[in-house]
Design a protein around this ligand. Sequence first.
Ligand SMILES: Nc1ncnc2c1ncn2[C@@H]1O[C@H](COP(=O)(O)OP(=O)(O)O)[C@@H](O)[C@H]1O
Ligand SMILES: [Mg+2]
Length: 357
Amino acid sequence: MAMEQDLVDRLRNVNFPGIDRDIVALGYVKGVRIEGDGFRIHVELSPTAAAARDEIEGRIHAELGQLGVQYDLDLRVQEPKPGAGVGGPAGQGRAEPAPEPDPLGYIPIKIAVSSGKGGVGKSTVAVNLALAFAKLGKRTGLLDVDIYGPSVPIMLGLEDEEPMLDEARQKLIPMERYDVKNMSIGYMVDRHTPVIWRGPMMTKAIDQLMRDVAWDGVEVLVFDLPPGTGDVQLSLAQKVRLSGAVVVTTPQDVALVDAGRGVAMFEKTDVRVLGIVENMSYFLCPDCGGRHFIFGEGGGQREATRLGVPFLGQIPIDARIGQGGDAGKPIVFEHPESPAADAFAEIAKSVLATVEG
Ligand SMILES: Nc1ncnc2c1ncn2[C@@H]1O[C@H](COP(=O)(O)OP(=O)(O)O)[C@@H](O)[C@H]1O
Ligand SMILES: [Mg+2]
């Protein structure tokens, strides 16, 4: 907390060009918060201040650069209110560039699957939910943009494949398995060489995945997001008009706290939170059929209630989920009669009911 306040105090040294007021006093600094190893600083200028944007950006970096802390500067200019007229009397104002259209605007339903932390089963949920949508008769796509651990190729048994390019349209043709079209950042990189993504490279690769895939006819697109609340999630929420987000958690407190952060991020970016899925909720005893809540019972439901978002359901711990994931045979396909597959079907139904509302 102290550090965040320190940064705000530093920003009080940044004056608006040409006048003796600083950007904090002018109300342009909207937030400073800890993110990952550093800070995220959100500054929003009013439309009339657009011309000073670059100068202000330079001044902020000059002020904070000496501190030796890592930070991400999110500097935006607000959209002018309709009819406000920027840069001169009404009618003479320079036309503002229109906001970039959603590159995936042609897909009616777009659902992000996210989690506060890694390893909670986000990809497992994304893959099986996609299969469940397909089973409900929806033409379904799955886009894996988890730069830290793209696992869709393996989970669908496609890890040795490479997507083809439609030369004429300059579009990537998605892979297809179990009636699910899919594309993954994992197809684009050599899986034996760990990739250390630098910011611009990562943004470019993800932008390309958003723009250049021919999802012809897809009605429902499921995104497997990286864990956490970083740049990829934010930029996706800004670029693509999501129908909503599903947040995956496990019952442990640490995961629940992170899930809460994820929910907060989507709400801040005006993405509808479709609900929380609790994975690895209980161990289903193969012998007696009993449910053993080894991580405690009801955590996901309680967190959903606390956050005021729907609780979508519980997925049991089932060794066949792990085995199927490794073997490219998702449980919804391989064991459609299992309690886990039932749970995925129910979750898919309620998600569709909500977004099709
Ligand atoms: N309900 C479950 N029962 C058993 N194993 C699971 C379950 N959910 C996920 N796993 C296993 O846990 C590991 C992490 O899951 P994964 O979906 O890759 O998580 P994430 O995408 O959040 O990192 C994988 O090996 C997966 O097979
Ligand atoms: Mg994953």
